[in-house]
Design a protein around this ligand. Structure first.
Ligand code: GTP
Ligand code: MG
Length: 230
C-alpha cells in the first residue's frame, strides 16, 4: 500500500515538521524497543518462510550499509543481528520477534560485487520475491550509506518497490562518519528524489548506529506500525 501521507512535503529528522515526535512518543517507542527481542527464524528459500507473528518491517540495502547494526541499535542489543565489516555477512532472511508486537527482518544485502554471480542472483531473487509477496510486510526500511553515492542497484530496488506498491522509508546510515555540511547536502539530494517515487514514505531519517543519532525517531516511526498491547 502506498502511504496515504504521500501528499505531505518531505521531512527529515533534522527538519521541524508536523511529525516531529514529542518526548512522550520517544519514550513510548523506547519502551517498546527495550522489550524482549529474539531471533526466531532464518529463511533461505521462499517456501520456508515462517507464519507471520506480527506486522513485519524489513531492513534492505546494499551489502555493508549497516542493516544488521541498525537492528542492534534499535533494540539496544550489541549482537542480536550479526554485523561484520566483511560485506555479504547476512545470507538469509533473519526474523526477530519484538515482544510479539513487531517482527524485524534482517535481509541479505544487494550489490555485493564480489559475490559469485549465481549467489548474487539467488540472494536478489529471494529478496525481491519476499518484498513483493509478503502479506505481513508493513514497511521496508531502505538503508543508504550517507557517505556513498546512490548506485544503480539502489534505484532498481526503489523502482521495484514502487511497482509492488510496498511502502519504503529511506534511512541514511553512518552519519557519524560524514561532516555536517556533506550530510545536509546528502539529505537534500536524497530528499529530492522521494517525490519521484510513489511508494517512498515522505519522511527520510538520518541515523548512526554508532552514536545512536536518529535512532529514537526511527523507533517512533516503526512503533506506529506495531500491534497494540493485548
Ligand atoms: P550485510 O549483511 O553484509 O549486507 O551488511 P549489513 O548491511 O548488515 O552491515 P553491518 O551492519 O554488518 O555493518 C557493516 C559495517 O559497517 C560494519 O563494520 C559496521 O561496524 C559498520 N557500521 C554499521 N553501522 C555503522 C555506523 O552507524 N557508523 C559507522 N561508522 N560504522 C557502521
Ligand atoms: Mg547484515
Amino acid at each position: 500500500m502506498v502511504h496515504p501521507a504521500l501528499a505531505k512535503p518531505v521531512q527529515t529528522a533534522h527538519a521541524p515538521g508536523v511529525s516531529d515526535p514529542t518526548p512522550e512518543d520517544i519514550e513510548r517507542a523506547r519502551i517498546l524497543f527495550a522489550q524482549d527481542c529474539k531471533f526466531f527464524y532464518a529463511a533461505q528459500r521462499l517456501d520456508q518462510l515462517p507464519d507471520a507473528l506480527a506486522p513485519e518491517i524489513a531492513f534492505a540495502g546494499r551489502s555493508n550499509v549497516g542493516k544488521s547494526s541498525l537492528i542492534n541499535a534499535l533494540t539496544g542489543q550489541k549482537a542480536l543481528a550479526r554485523a561484520s565489516s566483511q560485506p555479504g555477512r547476512t545470507k538469509q532472511l533473519n526474523f526477530f520477534n519484538l515482544a510479539g508486537r513487531l517482527t524485524l527482518v534482517d535481509m541479505p544485502g544487494y550489490g555485493y560485487a564480489q559475490a559469485a554471480k549465481e549467489v548474487k542472483e539467488d540472494w536478489q531473487g529471494l529478496m525481491f520475491d519476499f518484498l513483493r509477496g509478503r502479506q505481513a510486510l508493513r514497511r521496508v526500511i531502505l538503508l543508504l550509506d550517507s557517505r556513498i553515492e546512490l548506485k544503480a542497484s539502489d534505484h532498481a530496488v526503489m523502482e521495484l518497490l514502487d511497482r509492488a506498491a510496498v511502502t519504503y522509508q529511506l534511512v541514511l546510515t553512518k552519519t557519524d562518519s560524514i561532516k555536517p555540511l556533506a550530510l545536509s547536502r546528502k539529505i537534500a539530494e536524497v530528499g529530492a528524489i522521494i517525490p519521484k517515487h510513489p511508494a517512498a514514505y515522505p519522511e527520510m531519517l538520518a541515523t548512526s548506529s554508532e552514536t545512536g543519532a536518529g535512532i529514537d525517531v526511527l523507533r517512533v516511526s516503526l512503533g506506529a506500525l506495531a500491534e497494540p498491547v493485548a
